[in-house]
Write a protein that binds this ligand. Sequence first.
Ligand code: ADP
Ligand code: MG
Length: 666
Amino acid sequence: MTVENSPQRETHAFQAEINQLLSLVINSLYSHKEIFLRELVSNASDALDKLRFRSITEPELLADEPALELRITPDAEKGTLTIEDTGIGMTHDELVKNLGTIAHSGSREFLEALSQRGQKDMQLIGQFGVGFYSAYLVADHVDVVSRAPGKDMPAWKWASDAKGSFTVEKAERATRGTAITLHLKADQKEFLEEYRLRTLITQYSDYVGHPIKLQVKKTTGTGDDAKTETSLEVVNKASALWQRSKSEITDEQYQEFYKHLTHDWEAPLAWTHFRADGNQQFTGLLFVPKHPPFDLNAQQQRGVRLFVKRVFIMDRCEELVPQWLRFVRGVIDSDDLPLNVSRELLQDSQVVRAIRKHVVKKSVDLLEKLAKDKPDDYREFWKAFGTVVKEGLATEAEHKDKLGGLLRYESSREEGLTSLADYVSRMKEGQEAIYYIYGESRQAVADSPHLEALKQRGFEVLYMTDPVDEWAAQGLREFQGKPLVSALTSDLKLQATDEQKKEQEQHAEGLKTLTSKMKDVLKDSVREVRVSDRLTDSPVCLVVPEGGSPAYLERLLQQRGKGMGMPRVKRIMEVNPNHPVIAHLKAVNERQPDAAQVTEWIELLHDQALLTEGSTISDPNRFARRMTGLLTQVAAQAAQAPTHAAVAQAAVQESSQPATTPPAAS
Ligand code: ADP
Ligand code: MG
């Protein structure tokens, strides 16, 4: 990547993506250019946190400069604004890597989003790990002088006017840290004004736990005696936000802190701020984002940050939150963990287990409250993270009821998402279960024959179309004492009157010959054929016996290579005793049990049932051939005899003839 080298100064070409990004940033008409300050302060704050962490084990790193702080210096004469920190600094190679390439995987998406949506979304810049380049919103030239901590470490200067390349050369800097100097564009000089800077820092960066010192000018005396002095003044509270009392923190401050923490450009949906003073003492500030990050399922998530006694320890502490809460962001600050805590220690720590338990409880409470107080926001949350929350049903025995209360599903009621509690409140008399149907899509489940009897009884059915749903429903099992029953299973728990039972028995008796014939024909694929009490419009359907999985789940497992060699649990085929096709088949079977037609129809019905279930049929060609055969037969009959339609048409014409024909004019 190096274009040209001289002993004094190296020139490096930017990575192609960075060039693309820079040209977008430079030409941006984006109106909130002040976000650059937030991004640079955020980076400086991170750098200070990193240094503090390292100094736990290497206290000597603080020797040359005990202060951990930010300094912001406007220089009106030179037209420059310098943002300096006494943090971790960067070596030569780190400068080249961090400020010349895009490390984060989402950069391509970001560039796409940015060029598509124009400058509206410059806010996004921080989220994609390219916040530094927002400096070019206001500057046409940027210098970065940085020195890594440690005795005799050299300092380096990175400089670029964002025209395809940057230079790196040796520099002078007495102590560790980084100073970023922005040579402001002619029309951006407002960022030299003290008042403007002060306001921005309070607005965007007040959460920063390190002092932010602004260089201010004071004029004393008058006339010839007037003297202007400069001094550094701390303009933020400089205490960790989560350690302040709730009443002192505004919503905006929580939101800005969240943005710093997560690099999200949007405010969070909800948050909870708490202090635990029991056996374990710790403070927590947890946020629920509005939308999933681009990498919700990837390893690289920002997650919950761990602090110990205000000292930043690590970015993503997976031990503090279970997988199913992986969307939660925030901070945990423990008073009890040792400062030199390691990953190994975390995995095996009583303290961590206690914190985790508390985090789960607080998160569940937060979601419950959101669902109750702000149902619209909650719906938004559910669309973004519902799938993840459902995973908790299988693992979080302790909070199962509460989690059940958080679930939302579409249903046959066709009025958007419903909660289980609302479903239960609408249950009909005589309805003993919460019914659901699981399948690939709303379309695939809504018209399923399996719902016919439920619909007829006016029972609402939940549509579960998320791959994890079946698993989650089985994890939950019941809600408010009502069992969750899949409409695809063999036992629907439908109440029947004595009369209905008797009728059912009569049907079973009447169709005995046919059902055993069917069983015979289909013996390799179904375990039982029986008369159905769930069908009204369809001739047959397949139901899943206990221990079996619905077709959609089978398919998913197969796709993920997990169903290999797993024998498919044979279905039970149910037959609709009131369907004309069944009546006809029964008659033919009784007349000529050996007719080829009987076997063909049985197989055709079975194939149809497989298709409506969402399974594939073993021999689509044979299925198509048989269908064509049937249609041909119908066509042939229609050619010979007048069809029903033709007869009906004739009848209509006849009746529209005037009853009395007027006498013909003669
Ligand atoms: P992000 O902060 O998301 O990593 P940025 O573009 O803001 O993305 O910064 C890129 C990288 O440059 C940072 O990850 C960090 O390693 C480095 N960096 C930026 N500013 C500083 C600083 N003031 N001190 C030390 N390192 C810094
Ligand atoms: Mg950054």
